[in-house]
Design a binder for this molecule. Sequence first.
Ligand code: TXA
Ligand code: MG
Length: 356
Amino acid sequence: MNTKVVKVDREHPDQEKINGAGEVLKQGGLVAFPTETVYGLGGDGLNAGSSEKIYAAKGRPSDNPLIIHIADMESLAGIVREVPEKAVKLAEEYWPGPLTMIFQKNDRVPYETTGGLDSVAVRMPSHPVAKALIQAGGGYIAAPSANTSGRPSPTRSEHVEEDLSGKIDMILDGGEVEIGLESTIVDFTSETPVILRPGYISEEMIRQVIGDVSMDKGLLITDASVKPKAPGMKYRHYAPKAGLTIVQGNEKLVTEYINSQCKCLEAKGQRAGVICTDEDQELYDAAVVKSIGTREDEEGIARHLFGILRAYDEEDVTCIFSEAFDTPQMGQAIMNRLLKAAGHRIIYLEEKEENQ
Ligand code: TXA
Ligand code: MG
């Protein structure tokens, strides 16, 4: 299959191009498109055949449900049984935006889209291209992140091409996305809402609007044997080809530890890589050192993370060491993705207390 790449203006996408892409979706085809979080791989969410094609193109296990993207609040009632009061409040505050909510689905939503579940995940993105495409494509666009299953989510259309060229009909290229980490997912099918995936909308931002919310315990702890609740969060994900280890603790101890590890590896004839911030870049003497941005700009760190993980696949290194990026608002989301990429391999370094 020849994958057509169509450039679109982020703010004012050409309606003719959008209509062309919408037609592909209505015919059951697949179109990758930019959202404010990451690029999505879109298909008609109410067409079982389209969802099957999405799983095939990504190489994704078919028990891992898709998110249906809508463009207006009226559309929500068309696919769910009921919308709890608290969900309405969250929608008023954060939709359109990087928030996904899970509800009981109605019969219009095929099980192929929900991975066999009776619930459905719904998101209303704010990106002008996404919005226009959803409207042109029938109003209900199922879209997982547009990467091959297991690879980092795409933040540029080039990443989508790397993974899916030849496997899908079209890519709408709207440049680099803004946020760079996938949406926050909140499950409204249980009594107390539960965060199944942290994202730009933090636990605190949710609590401010609806009060009590819990966090799925499987998300942040370092024990890989505790299984998270969102089916997709249990899979190996984002992992670069080289082994990744996170090193957390006092800055001086971290740089010393990483440098000594890199030296050992180089003595064995292996090349090592480092992921750090601008502030520490000069302190490392590994073969490859990549900065994720300044510690002052946590949104920049979030936006660059997946791109850096992808870039390391082009480097001839066997091991990568990363600093921890426990930033104030997006720290949970950033560390959740980094931990998954590292297969939960993390080393904590503590300063030894003197006079013991
Ligand atoms: O930001 C985003 O959410 C992006 C853009 C494209 O919108 N999409 C995205 O989709 O990240 P995906 O498929 O890569 O991740 C969806 C996650 C998976 O972990 C999946 O298991 C979970 O949402 N999920 C979807 N439906 C669910 C459901 N009914 N119950 C529990 N988890 C669900
Ligand atoms: Mg994904």
